[in-house]
Design a protein around this ligand. Structure first.
Ligand SMILES: *Cc1c(COP(=O)(O)O)cnc(C)c1O
Length: 388
């Protein structure tokens, strides 16, 4: 049997698509040790650098001391320790919704909510560049899935009009697209949804703590909190911990507690994780300068790379793609940069469409100006040497 898998792996390798794990030892919010070399991290979703903030670390340590290392049960049995309800209250307040529900990962939140909301009678309209966890949630839901071209409102409108549906219609989109860093046209999606009697769900994994004043996410960025039915997000990126959440009406949350299988059939998160996320959220509320700093750092890096003639696509956020096209070239470039002390991801199919392999750079509020200058010098010279 192993022969079959080995042959499949060889085929991946031939296509330049083989994946393997590298161990990085974190030394700060912005630096990791790789072997005996210290590298600048430009591939993390730790947008505000809060993984290493003293009050976040202290909150995690205190919760572990007070409540133990694990939760010991699912939320519906014995896993709802006291930290959950206060974090969920804070998340709802941050998102401007009645209620919120924490899942164990963002992936599980997407899979759970789509599976719970949509069934065989229903239709989900999904942007072609949505995150893999949305795609998997659509598949598990058994709903009919209509994929529309990326942020193409004419295509979405035509597909809504051409798809009669007895049941529920749901439009789902990333708020900030994870591999391109562009922002969904949520203002226009909402208008189309209302015209066609559809619900709207937005995935704020890369938007919470990152876009708009105060980092409240995509709905707030467009001033649309009341008109978005499902706001999904993660605790794993700007919130410096682990987990996902859904924010929405109390009825939606009660429904998910009863119906979302990834919520029901999995052990609750560790107290330390919840406490860390709550401490990080409190810092974002208390220090909006953190959000402004990541935005300024992103603008700075994006501007310099674009001025040097690199193609950074439509990015408006700390996710900055540098389009390369050829998969091998993207991988080689990332390896060269790593040898020069810089961790940048090479993103290849199937994560992105064939022919659009790229470097993907992410910026954090914790990066200093010297960090960013160090990074652009090396990125630009490596790209030029590779003929990009
Ligand atoms: C990271 C991510 C997720 C999954 O969140 P995890 O907490 O890492 O499981 C979901 N959607 C998008 C757009 C993401 O980037």
């Amino acid at each position: 049997m192993d022969n079959i898998f080995a042959a499949r792996l060889e085929e991946l390798d031939r296509q330049g698509l083989y994946r393997s794990l590298t161990t990085y030892t974190p030394v700060s919010a912005t630096h990791v040790r790789l072997g005996d070399m210290e590298c600048l991290m430009l591939a993390s979703s730790n947008y505000l650098g809060l993984t290493h903030h003293p009050s976040v670390r202290q909150a995690a340590a205190d919760a572990a001391q007070l409540y133990g290392s694990g939760s010991g049960g699912s939320r519906l049995t014995t896993g709802t320790h006291p930290l959950y309800s206060s974090l969920e209250r804070d998340l709802a307040s941050f998102k401007g919704t009645e209620a919120a529900l924490v899942f164990n990962t963002g992936y599980m939140a997407n899979v759970g909510v789509l599976n719970a909301l949509a069934g065989a009678q229903d239709v989900i309209f999904s942007d072609e560049l949505n995150h893999a966890s949305i795609i998997d949630g659509c598949r598990l839901s058994l709903a009919r899935v209509i994929v529309y071209r990326h942020s193409d409102m004419a295509d979405l409108s035509a597909k809504l009009a051409a798809t009669p549906c007895q049941g529920l219609r749901l439009i789902v989109t990333d708020g900030v697209f994870s591999m391109d860093g562009d922002i969904a046209l949520l203002d226009r999606i909402v208008v189309l949804a209302e015209e066609h009697n559809a619900l709207v769900m937005v995935d704020d994994a890369h938007a919470t703590g990152v876009i708009g004043n105060g980092g409240h996410g995509t709905a707030a960025y467009f001033g649309l909190a009341e008109r978005i039915h499902v706001q999904m997000g993660t605790l794993s990126k700007a919130l410096a911990a682990e987990g996902g959440y859904i924010a929405g009406s109390q009825v939606l949350i009660d429904y998910l507690i009863n119906k979302a299988r990834s919520f029901i059939f999995s052990t609750a998160l560790a107290p330390a994780t919840i406490a860390a996320a709550q401490a990080a959220l409190a810092l974002i509320v208390a220090q909006p300068v953190l959000v402004r700093t990541v935005q300024e750092n992103a603008r700075y890096l994006r501007g310099i790379l674009a001025d040097a003639g690199l193609n950074v696509g439509e990015s408006e956020t700390p996710i900055i793609p540098v389009l390369v096209g050829n998969t091998e070239k993207a991988t080689t470039l990332a390896t060269t940069l790593r040898r020069n002390g810089l961790i940048v991801s090479a993103i290849r199919p199937p994560t992105v469409p064939p022919g659009t392999s790229r470097l993907r750079i992410t910026v954090s509020a914790a990066h200093s100006r010297e960090d960013l200058v160090f990074a652009v010098d090396r990125i630009i010279s490596a790209a030029k040497a590779a003929g990009i």
